[in-house]
Write a protein that binds this ligand. Structure first.
Ligand code: NDP
Length: 459
């Protein structure tokens, strides 16, 4: 067995797999080393199972409005069925990833890898050293858990998908993507759900109307929100866990989940000893072409801390292969990345928020709020929000923010237009599709309010 490769990839997640496949397609001899399952966080314990569970949880809302359309539904939910069917699906996807790697000739090595030098990777489970012209670090991230007494009693998104049974109640700490998505899932599946967040509005950094709309939607679904507190300690209390908050109050929960961010997977990888520079937050420092401070070592995906999103990791992996193995240097543009939060209500975003845009230039803001048609026959009060932020001069669309059903699907397509530099006039020229929610984006008349010299006028 030859131990000499053009490329050794560490980590078979979204970024690593794409890079390995592309490099092999360009004729490189490639090995990919993975210590867990092929597919990485997204496929095995992230985006894919998350979205499946989001679908599962949304039946609750559907059953809720069904009566307003004349249906009588007597529904019950079985957690083990969902877990087993999820497992079947991710096993299928994992097999597809393996096949896609093997087709162009990538060698898959099941082991833990350590970078032993600029061109050397050591496999810890076997007495084997690989030499590589290039090494790609694509090890992703892992949940960060605050160091509090009893932290080991809590779970993270890694464990949440495979709980032996649904708890009667859950306390989720955090105010980011994972906290609100899992709160939606658990609440939709019938678990009494509480979010505790150290700030005063969820999803810091998102548009304010999205944050407030999400908050109202979560409350409408029975989720309890505790702001400006953290969990100070956890302790076992019979079959429950007692959570003591930063203000000293203690309450029991069936489970406690930390959704307090993610850290780069660099521990024990040997990167610093090999001369790879890490940033203060532990992520691998890279240039626009994903090259680290060691010229033969590159890094892509969450481990670099640029944008912890699967499609970004895939793009970085692809462009790495273009640059290094196809003599075609390509740098990923990390601006204007569309993103969605699969909570209930859903959020889709591309471009700048109001404060970001208003700080740069004079802007016009168009906002539409209405009850989604699906809910109009029921007593549900939740509103959909669509917001368009445009440059005053010339009308270039700078940001689009959508809260409500289908937001993610809408924003993916809107991002094509905004990426092409679309203006308000381009949106106006487009004939509305009726009745749809998205038609609001092409039928805005006068701005709802404006910002001039950074000051909000009207609204
Ligand atoms: P986020 O960074 O989105 O959120 C972390 C949250 O935890 C923040 O609200 C943060 O508060 C809070 N927090 C951080 N440290 C502490 C602490 N010590 N004590 C209490 N609270 C703390 O991370 P997530 O884990 O939710 O998600 C990680 C990343 O994964 C996301 O940023 C995203 O890139 C990606 N992701 C994307 C999804 C999607 O595309 N739909 C879904 C899930 C994840 P504060 O706001 O004050 O900093």
């Amino acid at each position: 067995m030859s131990n000499s490769y053009d490329l050794v990839v560490i980590g078979a997640g979204s970024g690593g797999v794409r890079a390995a496949r592309m490099a092999a397609t360009y004729g490189a001899k490639v090995a990919i080393v993975e210590e867990f399952r092929v597919g990485g966080t997204c496929v095995i314990r992230g985006c894919v199972p998350k979205k499946l569970y989001v679908y599962a949880s949304r039946f609750n809302d559907l059953f809720d409005v069904a009566a307003s359309f004349g249906w009588q539904v007597d529904a019950s939910f079985d957690w083990p069925t969902l877990v087993a069917n999820k497992e079947k699906e991710i096993t299928r996807l994992e097999a597809a990833y393996v096949a896609n790697l093997e087709k162009p000739g990538v060698e898959i090595i099941r082991d833990r890898a350590v970078v032993a030098g600029p061109n050397t990777v050591r496999l810890l489970g076997q007495d084997r050293e690989l030499s590589a012209k290039y090494i790609l670090v694509a090890t992703g991230g892992r949940p960060f858990v605050p160091a509090i007494p009893g932290a080991e009693l809590g779970i993270t998104s890694n464990e949440a998908f495979d709980l032996p049974a649904l708890p009667h109640s859950i306390l989720i700490e955090g105010g980011g993507y994972i906290a609100v998505e899992f709160a939606t899932i658990f609440a939709g599946l019938g678990v009494h759900t509480t979010i505790v967040y150290r700030g005063d509005a969820l999803l810091r950094g998102f548009d304010y109307d999205m944050r407030k709309g999400l908050e109202a939607g979560l409350i409408e679904r029975g989720i309890k929100l505790i702001y400006q507190k953290t969990i100070a300690a956890l302790a076992r209390s019979g079959s429950d866990i007692d959570a003591t908050f930063s203000d000293g109050v203690t309450a029991p929960y069936g489970a406690v989940m930390f959704a307090t961010g993610r850290s780069a997977n660099v521990d024990g990888l040997g990167l610093e000893a090999a001369g790879v520079r890490l940033q203060a937050n532990g992520t691998v420092a890279v240039d626009a072409f994903s090259q680290t401070s060691v010229p033969s070592i590159y890094a892509v995906g969450d481990v670099t801390g640029r944008a912890a999103l699967t499609p970004v990791a895939i793009r970085e992996g692809w462009y790495f292969a273009e640059t290094v193995f196809n003599n075609n240097p390509m740098a990923v543009d990390h601006s204007e990345i569309p993103t969605a939060v699969f909570a209930e209500p859903e959020i889709g975003v591309v471009g700048l928020t109001e404060p970001e845009a208003a700080m740069l230039e004079d802007i016009d803001v168009y906002v539409s709020r209405f009850r989604p048609m699906m809910n109009t026959l029921s007593s549900r009060t939740g509103r959909m929000v669509l917001k368009l932020i445009t440059r005053k001069d010339g009308g270039k669309v700078l940001g689009v923010h959508i809260l409500g059903p289908g937001a993610a699907e809408m924003i993916q397509l809107v991002a094509i237009a905004t990426g092409m530099g679309a203006t308000k006039a381009d949106f106006d020229r487009t004939i509305a599709l009726h009745p749809s929610a998205a038609e609001e984006l092409v039928t805005f008349k006068a701005p709802s309010y404006t910002y001039r010299n950074g000051k909000k006028i009207g609204g």
